[in-house]
Each structure stands twice: as structure tokens, then as C-alpha cells.
Design a protein around this ligand. Structure first.
Ligand SMILES: [Zn+2]
Length: 263
């Protein structure tokens, strides 16, 4: 990688920070570093998702499991758009991947994936499956992946400036570039997880799914823990803290759930 001369690196960093810079989380109000523009992150996600659907087998759209996931996702999406109107322009799509590992994801731009392993091994009720989908959708609308990429980009720019100043070798500079790529695969931070739990609980409640299912879902996950346990747990470190935080948050979203269901 060519190491930019100092003035160029500084100008680039400055321009990116000024044009994109910080964002405020639409639900929690947390201030977030967002250098990576949303349109660009979505394009990358669309490309990655279409590659995935070519490489990994998926259930046909007419399969009952696909229809179930789609039905639940379609109830969650309007609630996501309600808190984050930009998501109304996303190319929302959900698919069930034939994969034994207990996992699920939602990419930037509204691409949702549920593994058959999640359905077969956890046997979630609709309320529980809604919590999985709402949690993942919450990561997407919170821009958590973009935030990780932005943090990695800042580190990379910091290193570019440092290498121009101090003459770090080319290998260090090349390593810095990889950071931005690797950031996407890193697990979300604990703070992002708690945020996705909080926002997911709200989205699911407003869509008419019982908030108590968030707790029973994590209990089921935990029961399958240990060696060969749910892969979802490797990117979503579980703890009794998490369940306790969810339990504490339930009363605040119960009015939303009652309003949605008329109960
Ligand atoms: Zn998560």
C-alpha cells in the first residue's frame, strides 16, 4: 500500500470526519462515530448477501419455514422504519439458509438470514423467533457494522498519519488497511449488544410479540450452551446479566405490546 504524504492523509481524515462524522442513535440517543456512509455500507452488504445466497443453499420462498420467517420479518420492518425512517428505502429481504449452526443475522440495508439450525435446534415459538429477528434488525438500523468499520477506518487513518510522520514500514501500513476489512467480522461490542437487546425488545413489542419471549429465548440458548452449542452465542456472548437486563426492560415495553395486541 502506498503511504500517503502527511498533508494528504490529514486532509482526507478531516474531510471524512466533517462530511460524515458523528451520528446520534435514533432510539437510545447514544452518539456514534459514522465515517462510513450508509449508502456505501448497504451496497457492500447487498453484494455480500447475493454472494452468500449463491454459495449457500437456501430454502425456497414457498417453504413453510421461509414463509414463517418472512411473515415475522414483515411485521418487524414497519416498526424499524418507524424509529429509523431511512430504513424505508432499504431492500428488505429474508431467507432461510440450510445450515445446521444455530445462527441468524441482519446485514446493513435490511438483508435478513436465519439458519435452519436456529429453527430445528432451538424450536423457537413465533414470539421467540421474533426476538431473534428484531435483535438482528436492531443491529442493522443502529448501524453497528458501519460503526465498527468507522472505528477501524479511524485507526487506519491514524496509522497512515503515524507512518508518514515516523516512517512505519510498509507492512504496518498494509496491516492497517486490513483492519477495516476485519472489523466487519468482529463481534459487536457489549454496548452494541445491550443496545440491540433494548431496541429489539421495543420493535418486537410494537409488532405484537410478547417481550417475555426474549428471556425464554436466551434461556433456551443457554441450555444448549457449551461445546457444540449455539454459534449465535459466539457472536452474542451470553450471561445471566443479559437476561437480567432484559427482565428489567420488559415492564417498560409492556404498554407497547398491549397497545399492539389489544390485551
Ligand atoms: Zn447481537
Amino acid at each position: 500500500m502506498r503511504v500517503p504524504r502527511l498533508p494528504m492523509a490529514v486532509t482526507l481524515a478531516g474531510a471524512l470526519l466533517v462530511t460524515a462524522g458523528c451520528a446520534t442513535h435514533p432510539v437510545t440517543g447514544r452518539s456514534q462515530l459514522m465515517i462510513m456512509p450508509e449508502g456505501q455500507a448497504n451496497q457492500m452488504a447487498y453484494q455480500a448477501y447475493s454472494q452468500m445466497t449463491e454459495q449457500k443453499p437456501t430454502l425456497p420462498a414457498s417453504h413453510p419455514a421461509s414463509q414463517r420467517v418472512q411473515r415475522i420479518t414483515q411485521r418487524i420492518v414497519p416498526q424499524a422504519i418507524r424509529v429509523y425512517p431511512q430504513a424505508g428505502g432499504w431492500q428488505w429481504e429474508s431467507r432461510v439458509f440450510r445450515d445446521d449452526s444455530v445462527n441468524a443475522f441482519a446485514m446493513a440495508g435490511g438483508k435478513v438470514g436465519i439458519n435452519t439450525g436456529m429453527l430445528d435446534k432451538i424450536q423457537p415459538s413465533d414470539d421467540e423467533l421474533a426476538q431473534v429477528i428484531a435483535h438482528e434488525v436492531a443491529h442493522a438500523l443502529s448501524g453497528h457494522t458501519r460503526e465498527k468499520m468507522s472505528m477501524a477506518m479511524t485507526q487506519q487513518m491514524g496509522l497512515s498519519v503515524a507512518s508518514a510522520l515516523g516512517g512505519l514500514d510498509g507492512r504496518t501500513a498494509a496491516m492497517a488497511q486490513q483492519v477495516a476489512t476485519v472489523a466487519v467480522d468482529l463481534p459487536f461490542s457489549r454496548r452494541m449488544e445491550l443496545e440491540a437487546d433494548e431496541v429489539g425488545l421495543l420493535l418486537a413489542a410494537r409488532a405484537g410479540y410478547d417481550p417475555h419471549a426474549a428471556v425464554s429465548l436466551w434461556q433456551k440458548m443457554q441450555a444448549r450452551g457449551g461445546g457444540g452449542g449455539p454459534e449465535w452465542l459466539s457472536t452474542h456472548p451470553n450471561s445471566s446479566n443479559r437476561i437480567q437486563a432484559l427482565e428489567r426492560a420488559i415492564p417498560s415495553v409492556m404498554p407497547e405490546y398491549r397497545r399492539a395486541t389489544g390485551r
